[in-house]
Design a protein around this ligand. Structure first.
Ligand code: NDP
Ligand code: PYC
Length: 339
C-alpha cells in the first residue's frame, strides 16, 4: 500500500514522547505513556494506540490529569498489598513504580496485590500483565472506567467498559494473555467505527431510548452492552467492587460524575494481583508451568487459537519490518506535534 509508512518502535516512541513533552508532561509520565501507546501500535491494537494521544492531551489541557505528577509508593515492607498513589497523573508511571515491588512481594508471599489510586487510565491492560509474566508470575489486572455500559436487563449507562486481563508465564513461548473489555467491545472500537463511518455489529449497543442500534453516534449517546449478557454484567460489577469500592477509589458512575464528560480519559484506580505458580504448587506433584503446556497444546490441538496470538504475530512483524502507519496517521502525529 503506497500510503503506508513504517516506523521502528523506537522512532514512533520518540515522536509520541515529543508530542507529550511539548504538551507539558514530565519525562516520567510522557515516557511511560509513550511506551504503552507504541506497544498498542506495535501489537496492532489500534483502539489503544496513537488515537489515544488526543485524549491524554485533552485530559491535561482541561486540568483533569496532572502532567507533572510524580507517583508515590506507600512504604510498608511487611505487606502483600502494595499501594501507589498516582497523584492525579496517569496510571502508566504509577504502574511502572509499583511493579518491581509487586513482583518481589508475590515471590515472597506467593500472592500480592498492587492498588493504584487517583490515576487517569486510558490504556490497554496487557502490557501490565506481561510485565509480570516477564518476571515469571501469573497475574490479573482490572479497573473500572466511566459509565458507558448498561447492566444486563437495564437501559442506561452505569458500569464502565471495565477491562480484565490475565497472564500466565510460559516456558518457551510468549505468555498466555487475554485482555478484554467486559462490554461487547471496547469503547475505542465504537469511536473507530464512528470515524470510519461504519455501522456497528448487531448486539453491541442500545440508543438513548434503550433500543438496539448499529449507529455509532446513537451508541455513544446511548449505552454499550456487557459481553455475555448477565455474565459480563456480573464481572463488570465485580470490577467496580474490587478495583473501585474496595481500594477506596471511584466507581465508573463516580468517575463520570467527577469528569462530567466521556471526552476525557477516565479517572479512577486499578487493581493488579500477582501469583507465584511455584509457591501455590509447592508440595504438589508436577511443575505448574510444564503442566500448563499440556492444556495449551490441547487447545491448539483442536484448531483453536490462543488469545494474544494475533497480537504476538503483529509484534513479530513490527519488530522485523516496522510499525505500519497510514498517511493520515502520520499527518495526525505531525499535527499533534505542531499544535
Ligand atoms: P478484543 O475483543 O479485541 O480481544 C479480547 C481478547 O480476546 C484478546 O486477548 C484477543 O487476543 C483475544 N481474542 C480475540 N479473538 C480471539 C479468538 N478468535 N480466539 C482466541 N482469542 C481471541 O478486546 P476488547 O475490544 O474487549 O478490548 C480491547 C482493549 O481495550 C483491551 O486491551 C483492554 O484492556 C482495553 N480497554 C481498556 C479500558 C480502560 O479503561 N483502560 C476499557 C476497556 C478496554 P488478540 O489480541 O491476539 O486478538
Ligand atoms: O476503550 O472502553 C475503552 C476505554 C475506556 C477507557 C480507556 N479505554
Amino acid at each position: 500500500m503506497s500510503d503506508v509508512t513504517t516506523l521502528t518502535p523506537d522512532a514512533l516512541h520518540s515522536r509520541v514522547l515529543a508530542i507529550l513533552s511539548k504538551a507539558g508532561l514530565n519525562t516520567l509520565q510522557a515516557a511511560a505513556i509513550a511506551r504503552v501507546i507504541v506497544a498498542g501500535e506495535r501489537d496492532a491494537c489500534k483502539s489503544h494506540g496513537i488515537y489515544r494521544i488526543e485524549g491524554v492531551l485533552r485530559a491535561v489541557k482541561a486540568g483533569k490529569a496532572r502532567p507533572d505528577a510524580v507517583p508515590v509508593l506507600e512504604q510498608n515492607d511487611a505487606s502483600a498489598i502494595v499501594k501507589v498513589d498516582a497523584k492525579s497523573g496517569f496510571s502508566n508511571a504509577a504502574f511502572e513504580l509499583g511493579v518491581p515491588v509487586l513482583a518481589e512481594r508475590a515471590r515472597r508471599f506467593g500472592i500480592a496485590a498492587l492498588a493504584i489510586n487517583d490515576c487517569t487510565h486510558f490504556a490497554a491492560l496487557w502490557p501490565e500483565v506481561e510485565a509480570l509474566t516477564d518476571r515469571g508470575l501469573a497475574a490479573f489486572a482490572m479497573c473500572p472506567s466511566y459509565s458507558t455500559v448498561a447492566p444486563a436487563g437495564g437501559t442506561a449507562p452505569l458500569l464502565g467498559t471495565n477491562p480484565f486481563a490475565f497472564g500466565w508465564p510460559r516456558l518457551d513461548n510468549p505468555p498466555y494473555v487475554f485482555d478484554f473489555a467486559t462490554s461487547v467491545a471496547a469503547r475505542g472500537e465504537i469511536e473507530l467505527h464512528r470515524r470510519a463511518g461504519k455501522p456497528l455489529p448487531d448486539g453491541w449497543a442500545i440508543d438513548a431510548s434503550g433500543q438496539p442500534t448499529t449507529d455509532p453516534e446513537a451508541a455513544l449517546a446511548g449505552a454499550m452492552l456487557p459481553f455475555g449478557g448477565h455474565k459480563g454484567s456480573a464481572i463488570g460489577t465485580m470490577i467496580e467492587l474490587l478495583a473501585g469500592v474496595m481500594i477506596g477509589d471511584f466507581t465508573s458512575r463516580e468517575a463520570l460524575d467527577y469528569l462530567g464528560s466521556t471526552a476525557f480519559a477516565p479517572r479512577h484506580g486499578e487493581l493488579i494481583v500477582a501469583f507465584s505458580p511455584e509457591a501455590f504448587s509447592a508440595g504438589r506433584p508436577g511443575n505448574p508451568l510444564v503442566r500448563a503446556e499440556a492444556l495449551f497444546e490441547a487447545i491448539a490441538g483442536q484448531g483453536a487459537r490462543l488469545p494474544s496470538q494475533r497480537r504476538f504475530a503483529a509484534r513479530a512483524r513490527a519488530e522485523k519490518d516496522g510499525i505500519p502507519l497510514t498517511a493520515e496517521e502520520i499527518r495526525q502525529l505531525d499535527h499533534l506535534l505542531e499544535h
